[in-house]
Design a protein around this ligand. Sequence first.
Ligand code: GLU
Length: 419
Amino acid sequence: MSEEANPFESLQEQIRDAAAYVDADEGELRRLSRPERLLETNLTIERDDGSLDTFKAYRSQFNGDRGPYKGGIRYHPGVDRDEVKALSGWMVYKTAVVDIPYGGGKGGIAVDPRTLSMAELERLTRSFAEELRPIVGEDMDIPAPDVNTGQREMNWIKDTYETLENTTAPGVITGKAIDSGGSEGRVEATGRSVMLTAREAFDYLGKSIEDATVAVQGYGNAGSVAARLLESELGTNVVAVSDSSGAVYNEAGIDAAGARGFKDETDAVSGYENAEEELTNEDLLTLDVDLLIPAALENAIDDDLAGDVQADVVVEAANGPLTPDADDVLTERGVHVFPDILANAGGVTVSYFEWVQNRQRFYWAEEKVNEELERHIVDAFDGLVAAYEERDLPNFRTAAYVVGLERVLKAYREGGTWP
Ligand code: GLU
């Protein structure tokens, strides 16, 4: 295995690669390669036994040229400055690729939430919300769920903010439960855009998606919903899925929804009765399938592993699952990679719809949400393919960054520099 890539350096490399095809000067690129603002704080909470514990937390506001900072909050022991900075930068280019009026931000707490009781988790979340209060707002910075956070945490953050501000402002955060101002279709949105990207990608490449074999690494919200929709809406054959407990494989199909139900009960996909074979995550990533979906964390595939990937198409559900070196290897080997900032952008796109609904206090049916989401993802896909072909770009990731970078630069130049 090669040394673990630093995600912030990966982001900077991705921006540099795209910049070679974009009319931008050094000063502009320097400005767009680092966060505008980074909050680093220590949150102290009382544990249930009365002792005190302190956790590091961050919020990075990377760029706001196109609108309020936007991006999730992650609870994971691996959260650190460079990860949060990278994730917030990826959000800038993601919101630009799907052309929604936001910048990019990201936050996180370095914690394994499984080691906390629900009451402790609530105290930790509310403590973070209190720290965030001065820098977030419906028109400033709008957090959302990410790894290990969901509706419950978003509802607590909204409630803390509204209580402290003595107002109602549901649009201060997205990914809320429906009764707290959430949107229909938000929970499924990330997985849905992964499914739509796979559909468009296979169509573009002239391959049939029906009965295509699929392997999904990571079985959280993004991976499990993508797998279920790929089966139910496109008729693919999901043969392998995994989580941190390991991978399960069945040549005849694993039953994506059944595997998720099993994981909900036992906290692991390993041991799922429908499996024919148990594999490691590494085995899953190198299976000879038509479509590979990395849906876990950054750096799942490095250059060593990329040499062994046998899939024809990779659609990224996770943020940053390939190192830049892995990207180079796959490009050279002719494996088509459809990048995170397009494929998983359904989450933030439906977050945008949620925020619009919150601001208007008028709520949409799920059908309308899914229709608008499809339009945004298909338009973004077409825009990226047009850039790839017309400008003879090396791969779809560079195409996505070229499209995103040009939109951000345009907004910045129109606004001008002040003072
Ligand atoms: N955390 C998700 C992402 O990485 C969603 C962000 C959002 O909805 O603002 O795109």
